[in-house]
Write a protein that binds this ligand. Structure first.
Ligand SMILES: [Zn+2]
Length: 177
């Protein structure tokens, strides 16, 4: 797979031509993702594919679509054990491209599909960043923490709302003390 940053391109034209672009980049090429990881994992690979196409859909005339696939691991801090956790993000989404922002907001509300405004300067990298940021959990955690937790905390995992469970940031105040 070629090393390639997602380009800015004419998305309507790309769909008309049925362009399929793909590449591999690294986390640090995406400022907002690197912010999110607090500078960790700058060299983590981010693989992406953007398949633009025409789809026959009588409801919308001759719609143009984008199928976006992204794979990346974003380092976060586990809010249970406060150790680093690599969160694997897998995006697989389709969007219908329309000519203008007005049409996009109008049709997005009325449709179960995801609608995106097309642009002669369509920023694929920004879309990929948006999608990855939205896919990250609000509270990053290991599926199973590697550090030994006190038994009471381990038990609390079975009842996430257990009031006895320590606040996720409790460890931070201990560190500051
Ligand atoms: Zn953990």
């Amino acid at each position: 797979m070629p090393l390639l940053h997602p380009p800015t391109l004419d998305s309507f034209q790309a769909a008309g031509q049925g362009q399929c672009l793909q590449g591999q980049d690294v986390l640090q090429s995406f400022d907002r993702l690197l912010d999110q990881s607090q500078g960790q994992g700058p060299d983590n690979p981010l693989t992406w594919q953007a398949r633009f196409e025409h789809v026959a859909n009588p409801a919308y005339g001759n719609p143009r679509c984008l199928h976006l696939t992204v794979r990346v691991s974003v380092p976060q801090v586990c809010q249970r054990c406060l150790c680093p956790v690599d969160l694997a993000v897998a995006i697989d989404r389709s969007f219908r491209l329309v000519e203008t922002e007005e049409l996009a907001s109008e049709q997005d509300a009325a449709s179960t599909e995801d609608v995106l405004a097309s642009s002669p300067a369509f920023d694929l990298a920004a879309l990929i960043e948006d999608e990855v940021l939205m896919a990250l959990p609000m509270v990053p955690r290991h599926e199973v923490c590697q550090v030994a937790l006190p038994a009471s905390v381990a038990d609390a995992d079975f009842a996430a709302d257990d009031p006895a469970r320590p606040h996720p940031f409790a460890g931070l105040s201990r560190l500051k003390a």
